[in-house]
Structure formats: C-alpha cells, structure tokens
Design a protein around this ligand. Sequence first.
Ligand code: NDP
Length: 240
Amino acid sequence: MARVAIVTGGTRGIGKAICLALKEQGCRVVANYGGDDAKARAFTAETEIPAYKWDVGDYEATIAGCAQVEQDVGPIDIVVNNAGITRDGVLHKMSWEDWNEVMRINLGGCFNMAKASFPGMRERGWGRIVNIGSINGQAGQYGQVNYAAAKSGIHGFTKALAQEGAKYGVTVNAIAPGYVDTDMVAAVPQPVLEKIIAKIPVGRLGHAEEIARGVAFLTSEDGGFVTGSTMSINGGQHMY
Ligand code: NDP
C-alpha cells in the first residue's frame, strides 16, 4: 500500500521538487499551498498531484485541511514541513508583525501539522516527519532575527518530537538547506547573492532536487534508524 505524503508549500520551489521525488518513490502525494492559486493549478496540471490551500500558520485551518486530505486520500504517513516565508530587516527596523508572521508560519506551521498528523502515525506505528530548516537557523544571518529564530526553533522541535516518536516507529528529522535557486533566493539582490555564492565552497547555488533527494531518503523505509538528526545540504557553506 502506497504511503500518503503531504508536503506543505509543495506547489513550487523546493516543495515541488520534494513532491516529485516522493511520487517517484511510490508515495501518494498531496501538496499544500498558501495563496498562489495560479501556481497551484499549473502544478497540478503538470504533476497530477492534488493541491490543497490553507495557511499552515492557522491551527484550525490546518486541522481541518489535514482531515480533508485524510478523507480524500487516506491516513497521512509522511509530513514534510516545507512552507516558509521571509520578512527580512534588521532588528531596529523590524516590526512585531514581521517577527510574528515568520514565527507563526515557519515554526507554528510545524506544530500545527504535527498536531494534525503525529497522533495518527503514533497509533498506527509508522510515520515520517521532515522539517525544512535552514543554514541561517544554524549560523544566524544579518537582517533575519525572525527567520533565524524560527528555523533554529525547528531544529529544537525536531529533536524533541523525535524522542516522543521513536518507540512508535515515527521518525522526525530536519534538513537545513543552504542557498537554493528558488523564488525565495531570486528575491535576494544580485550583488548580495554574488557575495553569498562566493562563500559556497562548491561555487554555486543548490538545486531544489538536491534537497528533495535528502527528504526522499529520510522518509523511506531505509531511513528508519535516522531520527532527531539534521541533514545539512549546503555545498559546504556551513559545516556543523
Ligand atoms: P518559495 O518561496 O519558493 O515557496 C514557498 C512555498 O511555501 C510556496 O508553495 C508557498 O505557497 C508556501 N507557503 C508560504 N506561506 C504559506 C502558508 N502560510 N501556508 C501554506 N503554504 C505557504 O520557497 P523555497 O522553495 O525557496 O523554500 C522552501 C523552504 O525551504 C522554506 O521553508 C524555506 O525557508 C526553506 N529554505 C529555502 C532556502 C532557499 O535557498 N531557497 C534555503 C534554506 C531554507 P504559495 O505559492 O501559495 O505562496
């Protein structure tokens, strides 16, 4: 029986590559997204993977969204918490709203998705949760106290939930990508991006598919002895 996998923020960027890798691995994949209906429609037309719209930072919406997925597709076996946003700015100029929105979606989304799916995985004795962190949650980044705090929080969340899931066959891991060529990175001004690339030992940005291969391994049967870990996929930019 194919495993049911849900990828938040799965309709573009890294999430889309993860959806395709899990589909290739034989999963029944569902994508979630936050607002861009046109991208979601194009994604489903191209991949035949259904896309469900809700805000993962909204607890009630997430519980209802996952219940709908389970009704339509079946019990959720695999969750990839990939949805994330940036609201960059140095602390003295950052609004509380920009702080809170990043914490609410990037970190709160992981909690909300786990609340919706972890109890069922635990009962059934099998589950995989992969949380997408960031190199900037490991190393910090100028102008990103909100994003770095949320991503760093993801790494702590992962290690704590891994301890709760281990004896029930539920693994919980994180991936900390370096800079990957998606819309998020396209928003970084070119001169800043050139300086970033100069600091990446392999000399280039990562590709979304390279992050997706890591997720595919962690969610596979073969990944069952890996839990509470953070896989860094960053071209050698930060060795942790
Ligand atoms: P993109 O900006 O390309 O895509 C973000 C995805 O998240 C979209 O599908 C978007 O949906 C969705 N999303 C945003 N807010 C919400 C929400 N409230 N509820 C549900 N879905 C939402 O991001 P990337 O592919 O670049 O990044 C994916 C993940 O990887 C993020 O967590 C990011 O922080 C992390 N990461 C990325 C790096 C990079 O270099 N790109 C580096 C390190 C980490 P919609 O299309 O509807 O807006």
